[in-house]
Design a protein around this ligand. Structure first.
Ligand code: N01
Length: 547
């Protein structure tokens, strides 16, 4: 999708510069403009949509229901837009983003195909240097997305490989035809699990290269019934309000079970999990209230999923390899359509990279080290030929896209240096030493543990109110106080430490990226966080320094 031939030239000076035209940047533009600020957005893609602009891999769709994964700032918008399925596909979400851009006339203030390279705080303003010039801005809002810096791992001799390679997060706009092709998919997170069943239907042969098996629950996607849509739309405000009161800001109609998984009989537990399994989706983990706090409860819930894998996958050896042994929900839960069933197809096989690691690439494929030896202790190898290799290997999450920008704050300090041991911040919104710079859904906020659109709207509304109030005062700058920031980082670590989230390697912890500090980045619990943000604003922006 392009920008319909319209390309806004960046002004020399604006009140608010926004980096990124995904759902966060688009709404930030709308709000800041409506509040009377001159505003401009810089976007590296050629169209709006962010995550949904880049992630065009086969099978891409959202795992939050479409009636929830949508803006709520405009009653007219939420009434007029028609979602077709329970979980919207990537093309439908992108159409929605484009509709919003048109409806609110956003494109006239967006420079597409323009990458922000550096931000420098000089003389009480940010100098925003981009691939097409520089703009001075009083405020900068980083709407860079949490999952937008692709992680493409390197392997020995991968430059020799002559087949095609792809990353799910940077998929060709024209699509890819895998008919008659031998395809490898590396990675079995959400992107791999969504794309594998769809690619398997087209490719001649699909080999899945799995390093860590993931837990996945069925989506049970379906066409939305007009009656259900009408019932939600008749009371959309209340529907949204109920969702925002849940920990993940989603699924208010299906509250978390009132008991722990160990507090009920085996039969009751099985029944409760079966009901959620049949319903499908992320709320499976909400059957019991201690899934992510009590290791025994977690194991019982994980056992249920392992049993589902065992009874779904016909080949016992493949089923064994697909069964995760880690804490369920520690890595983000996946939601699929026919993922485990796909391994019953004649044209699909699984390689467990923990037993059979990648040794090197060749011109035509990949050489794996086999678990057996030649009898004198030397490992055997085996080569598989592939016409295409797809990397579903995830992202440098939450901080990756921010760190790609050279950000120099007060007194010349670099954000990269300040964050060398982890992304310190206050409320996930602001960093000490970086005045008038805000992050949307940054580390230190609930962000990726929630329905992202709810968290985005919450942050945009808070930031807009904050800068409007600053404008009403005689002050010109606002930034996090260093002590408030220290306490906030401690708070996030304490809350995360009370959960099982920190018990495994995951992108939440940054362990998927070599050399990245191991810090749990998001803050569990949306309602308490939103309440805290509101209190702080009411208390004259406690913990912020204004000058
Ligand atoms: O990425 P991931 P993703 N060699 O990081 C493997 C959101 N999302 O793009 O676990 C071999 O989850 C890695 O293995 P391991 C959602 O929040 C949402 O799938 O590190 N394998 C893992 O299996 C999601 O969580 C939707 O051992 C390597 C996989 O690649 C987030 O985006 C759809 C490797 C990466 O999984 C990221 O999902 C898609 C290597 N060197 C995404 N490096 C929906 O709304 C990595 N891997 C449905």
């Amino acid at each position: 999708m392009g920008n319909n031939g319209r390309m806004a030239a960046a002004p020399h000076r604006v009140d608010v510069a926004i980096v990124g035209a995904g759902f966060a940047g688009m709404y930030m533009l709308h709000r800041a403009r409506s509040a009377g600020f001159s505003t401009h957005v810089f976007e590296r893609g050629s169209g709006v949509g962010g995550t949904w602009y880049w992630n065009r891999y086969p099978g891409a769709r959202c795992d939050v229901p479409s009636l929830e994964y949508s803006y709520q700032f405009s009653e007219e918008l939420q009434q007029e837009w028609e979602w077709s399925e329970k979980y919207a596909t990537q093309p439908e979400i992108l159409r929605y983003a484009e509709h919003v851009a048109d409806r609110f006339d956003l494109r006239r203030d967006i420079s597409f195909e323009t990458t922000v390279q550096s931000l420098n705080w000089q003389n009480n303003a940010w100098r925003v240097s981009t691939t097409s010039g520089a703009t001075l801005a009083r405020f900068v809002v980083l709407a860079t997305g949490c999952l937008s810096a692709a992680n493409v791992p390197r392997f020995p001799d991968d430059d020799l490989y002559k087949g095609n390679t792809y990353h799910t997060g940077n998929w060709p706009h024209e699509g890819v035809d895998f008919s008659g092709k031998r395809v490898a998919v590396v990675g079995t997170g959400s992107s791999g699990i969504q794309s594998i069943p769809v690619i398997a239907e087209q490719a001649e042969y699909l080999t899945v290269l799995q390093r860590t098996p993931a837990y996945s629950v069925p989506a049970r996607n379906q066409t939305l019934s007009p009656d259900y849509v009408a019932s939600v739309k008749a009371n959309y405000g209340e529907f949204r309000r109920k969702n925002s009161l849940t920990r993940a800001a989603l699924g208010g109609d299906t509250p978390t079970g009132p008991q722990g998984a160990c507090e009920v009989s085996d039969q009751e537990r099985h029944n409760a999990l079966e009901v959620r399994w049949q319903k499908g989706g992320l709320l499976f983990l909400g059957a019991f209230n201690d899934a992510l706090t009590n290791p025994t409860s977690n194991r019982l819930i994980a056992d249920f999923v392992r049993e589902k894998i065992r009874t779904t996958v016909c080949d016992p050896e493949t089923a064994r390899k697909l069964m995760p042994d880690a804490v369920i929900g520690c890595k983000r839960l996946c939601v699929d359509t026919d993922y485990y069933e796909t391994f019953n197809r004649h044209n699909v096989s699984l390689i467990d990279l923990r037993e059979q690691p990648i040794q090197r690439f060749t011109e035509s494929g990949i050489v794996f080290t086999r678990p057996d030896t030649d009898g004198v202790g030397k490992p055997q190898t085996i080569e598989h030929e592939f016409d295409a290799v797809i990397f579903a290997t995830g992202f440098d999450a939450m901080t990756g896209a921010i760190n790609k920008i050279d950000i120099q704050g007060r007194d010349g300090q670099l954000l990269a240096d300040v964050w060398s041991e982890g992304p310190v911040n206050y409320l996930g919104l602001s960093v000490h030493g970086f005045p008038n710079l805000f992050m949307i859904t940054g580390p230190g906020s609930p962000s990726v543990l929630t329905n992202m659109i709810v968290s985005i709207q919450h942050h945009v509304d808070w930031i807009t109110e904050c800068i409007a109030q600053l404008g009403d005062s005689a002050k010109t700058t606002i930034e996090a106080d260093s002590e408030a920031q220290r306490e906030w980082v401690e708070h996030v670590n304490t809350v995360a430490g009370m959960t099982l989230y920190t018990s495994c390697s995951s992108w939440y912890l940054g362990t998927n990226i070599y050399g990245k500090p191991r810090v749990f980045m998001p803050l569990p619990g949306f309602p308490a966080y939103a309440q805290r943000c509101a209190e702080i604003a009411r208390d004259d922006y406690r913990g912020f320094v204004t000058r």
